[in-house]
Design a binder for this molecule. Structure first.
Ligand code: NDP
Length: 442
């Protein structure tokens, strides 16, 4: 067996029962082969064994009380995966499906994504199997305070800087930050995605969705086309989906679908985002309500948004939401480009189908790096005790996304095929981290 296959087998044996983590590892290992095999230095320094094993895995009990006075217990996680190029950085996810495999896959992906941004941030991820849906404000606050009571001892502005993810938005970050301050008596940039009155950055809320559209626009521009006049199918209706829809519309695209975990909407006239924002950001309601309020829209509680014919598909909900049969339908409907707003939303067979049919495909590590990039800009502003304007941050975000596209395209051309952005992103992200690890010794 060669080095990569040996490591792959060892990682699989040692992480049995962690399918999402293995899926993420497989994708990276299979695409960095040309680099790893071109130089024995990676094997000599056991880089693959080291990069697939987290620096630290923290699991803890999170006790909280519900509104009926019952003691409830959830499990908390923080995976500090790799800090070769900067403090651990990555979001916290609150969702009932959260387990070790999912947090490890997210933490592993984060290493390469953060490297691609060109900013000094390492990879980490955390969360809990707590389900925020249907919980009262008090229950959410109680949970967040309890979660931070344990997490506080493991993080810090120069150690590990968590942020939001599924189920964690401005409200949760506020409660987490408040508790961190009480415990540590430190007013420091230990979390990103904070409110604007206490250290948050303008444009952080928009960053992942905007960044996704900026990089997909770069990919389209390389084919002499753009969003103008294109139909766009988006899944999800959370933070990433909403701001991807906003920027795609601004650039002349027509967003025709959105979804949540109960169902999806199709509006052939173009989704009215003010209504989606009112439902999701203000009332915390269900996407179904859109169809009650907008005549031109249909609501479906079965099937997926990918059955609607579109030019550009932006999966922005969750992992493995776009399977091979969805990819087949998209290909049949002549989709031009796919950009992954969510983390690992496409299963491996779907990616292979897109590749086979020459669909332009921008993988999550590159496509959704805008969020963490602006989080790193929030860290810079906190360190300087300064706040930049929306325009300044947005323009830096655009430059960062342009830079990621350039690096990804360059690495694809040098080591794989010209438009193989999956390989390009993995290779470009890997090289910087691997070289830093070698320079630092074990
Ligand atoms: P939100 O919680 O704001 O929104 C998630 C959306 O996806 C909601 O519409 C949710 O529906 C839907 N969803 C979540 N889980 C499922 C599921 N199992 N099945 C169907 N639909 C589901 O999260 P974000 O928008 O922040 O995150 C979305 C994705 O983007 C995630 O993969 C995240 O890791 C990734 N990401 C987020 C970044 C950020 O800055 N926020 C940065 C980079 C990546 P419902 O409300 O019904 O649960």
């Amino acid at each position: 067996m060669n080095y990569i296959d040996e490591v792959r087998a060892a990682v699989a044996a040692r992480n049995a029962g962690q399918p999402e983590f293995m899926q993420a590892v497989d994708e990276v290992l299979s695409t960095i082969r040309p680099v790893v095999e071109s130089d024995s230095v990676y094997k000599e320094n056991a880089i693959l064994e080291r990069i697939t094993e987290p620096d630290r895995q923290i699991m803890f009990r999170v006790p909280w009380t519900d509104d009926n006075g019952n003691m409830r217990i959830n499990r908390g996680y923080r995976i500090q995966f790799n800090n070769a190029i900067g403090p651990y950085k990555g979001g916290l996810r609150l969702h009932p499906t959260v387990n070790l495999s999912i947090i490890k896959f997210l933490g592993f992906e984060q290493i390469f994504k953060n490297s691609l941004t060109g900013l000094p941030i390492g990879g980490g991820k955390g969360g809990s199997d707590f389900d925020p849906k249907g919980k009262s404000e008090r229950e959410i606050r109680d949970f967040c305070q309890s979660f931070m009571t344990e997490l506080a001892r493991h993080i810090g502005a120069d150690t590990d800087v968590p942020a939001g993810d599924i189920g964690v938005g401005g409200r949760e970050i506020g409660y987490l930050y408040g508790q961190y301050k009480r415990i540590k008596n430190l007013y420091e940039g230990v979390l990103t995605g904070k409110g604007l009155t206490y250290g948050g950055s303008l444009a952080r809320t928009e960053a992942t969705g905007y960044g996704l559209v900026y990089i997909v626009a770069d990919m389209l521009a390389a084919e002499n086309t753009g969003f103008k006049g294109k139909t766009v199918a988006i899944s999800g209706s959370g933070n990433v989906a909403i701001y991807a829809a906003q920027k795609a519309t601004e650039l002349g695209g027509k967003v025709i679908t959105m979804s949540d975990s109960n169902g999806w909407i199709y509006d052939p006239d173009g989704i009215k985002l003010d209504i989606v924002k009112d439902i999701k950001e203000v009332k915390r309601g269900r996407i179904k309500e859109y169809a009650d309020r907008v005549k031109s829209a249909e609501y479906h509680d079965s099937g997926k948004v990918w059955q609607v014919k579109c030019d550009i598909a932006l999966p922005c909900a969750t992992q493995n939401e776009l399977d091979a049969s969805d990819a087949k339908t998209l290909v049949k409907n002549k989709v031009l480009a796919v950009g992954e707003g969510a983390n690992m939303p496409s299963v491996t067979d779907a990616i292979n189908l897109f590749r086979e049919h020459k669909v332009l495909f921008m993988p999550a590590k590159a496509a959704n790096a805008g969020g963490v990039a602006v989080s790193a800009l929030e860290m810079s502003q906190n360190s300087q005790r300064l706040s930049w304007t929306f325009e300044e941050v947005d323009s830096k975000l655009k430059d960062i996304m342009n830079g990621i596209f350039a690096k990804t395209a360059e690495a694809a051309k040098a080591y794989a095929e010209k438009k193989d952005y999956v390989s390009g992103a993995n290779i470009a992200g890997f090289l910087k981290v691997a070289n830093a690890m070698i320079a630092q010794g074990v």
